[in-house]
Design a protein around this ligand. Structure first.
Ligand SMILES: Cc1cc2nc3c(=O)[nH]c(=O)nc-3n(C[C@H](O)[C@H](O)[C@H](O)COP(=O)(O)OP(=O)(O)OC[C@H]3O[C@@H](n4cnc5c(N)ncnc54)[C@H](O)[C@@H]3O)c2cc1C
Length: 442
């Protein structure tokens, strides 16, 4: 029986394995998926998790529950020798081992791309994982509680200042959702006013959200300014040592929460394979989602899609001729890739990937959003409803969709959940403080 090995259980890997297990006939092929995490993360909801609008566990999809006909291995792929069709796996427990395959699917996604700016690696946090979203939410809620007991001054200002670096989609959604969280929490903190809270977004380019038209991006800046949030365009972060933010404009301030969303790069694990990679570290794919060699020839038995690959955009709309790294492409590429793998196993011809952008929709905090498709634009409350409708339905698996919609219904009736449990990071502290210990013997 041919063996299919899927590297990564995010958007691309999860949907590929899910489609394969549904399309393959009994005994036709064996599918194995490897991921260090036991769940797939629905990234578009991370800003709403950070803002307390959705319960964190509801935006992740447990792999074993939904990939019942796939062998799921919790571990990392740390090397691939495609000439020998062998991958090395470092499991979450036990020693590394090699695994043989006939077809490999590269779906290891991307990681945050940072620049060597002093203080960023030590003091900033990304917005690429559920853990980061929860940590940001808890930190902001805790900071409100701390600030409420302090007199006006430097220490209180620092606790109530949030800085986001990067004005792309993820950065703006995160920034706007956190502004919404902070504004919403003020009713529980009579000691604080909106003027005490400071929200800064720093963008190196002269505009935000390159995915939308200039008019829409200007609307977003205006909307955020009206809500008490400042966007610094044509500005770079030059230092963030110990939370002391310094911008290229000369502005300096202290910020307890610094979130880095200024770009992603293909997963560096691809460099530990014998596949050729392009100048941006991505695997080159053909329109049929098969890996290609430097001379453009198809590499048999190797497939790649999603953020870790450069897939030609046959609509002609892509940046540099390639599909942009987003979920809209990752999901559709995964579904086609699964079909093509099945076709290849059956000796049939694979099909080419072609997808016209459906438009963009962004949530900017409760009651605010933007939607744009071609020349058609919606802003404000209606766009926010469209954002929730689209993403609520796009959330994989009905049991997960129901949980997310359930959270929103609850939020409507009983409000946003602003309970923070930061002490979960040191869960044994209580027990250790009072635990009896054996008497010391001399
Ligand atoms: C905050 C945020 C908001 C976003 N909002 C949108 C949006 O609204 N619309 C949109 O279209 N896109 C959005 N995106 C982008 C979208 O989430 C990505 O394009 C999409 O996740 C790419 O899918 P992927 O499968 O390539 O990577 P991922 O979904 O990141 O999956 C990669 C998987 O590989 C695993 N992995 C990593 N290393 C290894 C290894 N060595 N071995 C095995 N497995 C490994 C990871 O654990 C992960 O599960 C957003 C992204 C972020 C961060």
């Amino acid at each position: 029986m041919p063996k299919v090995l899927v590297v990564g259980g995010g958007y691309t890997g999860f949907y590929t394995a899910f489609a394969l297990q549904n399309q393959l006939r009994r005994g036709e092929a064996e599918v194995t998926l490897v991921d260090p995490l036991p769940y797939m993360t629905y990234h578009p909801f991370l800003p709403e998790v950070a803002a307390g609008s959705i319960e964190p566990r509801h935006v992740i999809v447990p792999l074993r529950r939904h990939l019942k006909k796939t062998n799921v291995i919790q571990g990392k792929v740390v090397g691939i020798d495609h000439k020998k069709k062998t991958a090395t796996i470092e499991p979450s427990a036990g020693k590394p081992y090699a695994i043989k395959y006939d077809h490999i699917v590269l779906a290891a996604g991307s990681v945050s791309r940072t620049f060597p700016i002093p203080g960023v690696a030590e003091g900033a946090i990304g917005m690429k994982s559920i853990e980061e979203a929860v940590a940001v939410r808890d930190r902001i809620i805790d900071n409100f509680a701390k600030a409420a007991n302090l007199p006006a001054g430097k220490e209180r200002d620092r606790l109530l200042t949030v800085t986001v670096i990067g004005g792309g989609f993820a950065g703006i959604e995160t920034f706007a959702e956190l502004r919404s969280l902070a504004s919403g929490m003020l009713k529980n903190y009579p000691e604080l006013t909106i003027e005490d809270t400071r929200f800064h977004l720093v963008e190196a380019m002269g505009r935000i959200m390159p995915e939308v038209s200039l008019g829409t991006s200007k609307w977003v800046i205006k909307n955020l300014a009206q809500r008490g949030a400042t966007i610094h365009l044509d500005t770079q972060l030059t230092s963030a040592v110990d939370g002391k933010v310094e911008l290229s404009s000369g502005l300096k301030f202290e910020s307890d929460v610094i979130i880095w969303t200024a770009g992603v790069m293909a997963n560096p694990v691809l460099r530990k394979t014998d596949f050729p990679i392009d100048d941006r570290g991505r695997i080159r794919s053909s329109p049929t989602l098969q890996v290609t060699a430097e001379n453009g020839a198809i590499v048999a038995g190797a497939w790649a899609a999603g953020d870790n690959s450069a897939v030609p955009d046959l609509t002609g709309a892509g940046v540099g001729g390639m599909c942009v790294p987003n979920a809209q492409h990752a999901v559709r590429q995964a579904k086609l890739m699964a079909k093509n793998i099945v076709a290849d196993i059956r000796g049939e011809e694979p099909r080419k990937y072609f997808h016209k952008n459906l438009g963009v929709v962004a949530g900017l905090g409760v009651g605010h959003g933007v939607f744009e498709s071609g020349k058609f634009r919606v802003t404000g409350f209606l766009a926010w409803i469209m954002h929730r409708g689209y993403h609520g339905l796009a959330m994989p698996m009905w049991e997960r969709k129901l949980r997310v919609f359930g959270d929103w219904v609850l939020q409507f009736f009983v409000g946003r959940d602003t309970a923070a449990i930061s002490l979960r990071e040191t869960p044994t502290a209580y027990f250790r403080a009072f635990a009896s210990r054996p008497a010391r013997t001399k």
